[in-house]
Design a protein around this ligand. Structure first.
Ligand code: URA
Length: 211
């Protein structure tokens, strides 16, 4: 199967998935979207109300803000791959449970990362950050490029958090403005260096090095 076929297959599996209880309440699963050879992959937390309605990631207010941030660095959302830790909306926007995160990332997100093989993964918020650096505080490491077992991760605040807490807005904007420079310095990650799974790499957080 080609990479494109495999990614399409994952999207089909997400749409049919019944592995956890989130499938009972979802309207649409949200596999993610963007070019299959994207340089940048954004990983949010999970679909919210509008994403569940439309089956697309980041289409509500946080998505609009994400688009504004991309525009500041001359990019459009169509140029990046956008997905989430969990692919179905947790009811009432509750936090995803650890077992939901575990199942969904093993089954889908890890495969998407391996196939898309982005130069840089930008984690949006606590949930996706903790796949890679579980014991860090976002206030300490936001905007920094971290190398975690061959992957380049840049943890950022969640755009929704910045919308709720205005003081975070200039911080996330500044973090975005540093991305073009980072991208120009980052070689495409070679396949041999890929972590077996984001959670495996979380265990070796001590191997992190800051750029
Ligand atoms: N927040 C997220 O984490 N993901 C979305 O897709 C939308 C809002």
């Amino acid at each position: 199967m080609s990479i494109i076929e495999e990614l399409k297959q994952i999207e089909g599996e997400v749409a049919q998935c019944q592995l956890c209880e989130l499938h009972y309440s979802r309207k649409n699963a949200v596999p993610g979207e963007g070019p299959y050879n994207a340089t940048i992959m954004f990983i949010g937390e999970g679909p919210g109300f509008y994403e569940n309605e439309q089956g697309r990631p980041f289409v509500g207010a946080a998505g609009k803000f994400l688009e504004d941030l991309l525009e500041k660095i001359g990019m459009k959302r169509e140029q990046v791959f956008i997905t989430n830790v969990v692919k179905c909306r947790p009811p009432g926007n509750r936090d995803p449970k650890p077992e939901e995160v575990e199942l969904c990332t093993k089954q889908f997100l890890e495969r998407q990362i391996q196939l898309i093989n982005p130069k840089v993964i930008i984690t949006l918020g606590r949930y996706s950050m903790s796949l890679y650096v579980p014991h860090s505080k976002i206030s300490d490491i936001h905007g920094q490029a971290l190398r975690v077992k061959g992957r380049i991760i840049v943890p950022m605040y969640h755009p929704a958090a910045a919308l709720h807490q205005g003081s975070l807005k200039p911080i996330i904007e500044a973090d975005f403005l540093r991305l073009p420079d980072l991208l120009s310095k980052t070689p495409k990650v070679v396949e041999e260096n890929l972590p077996a799974s984001p959670t495996d790499s979380a265990q070796s957080a001590s191997q992190l090095s800051l750029f």
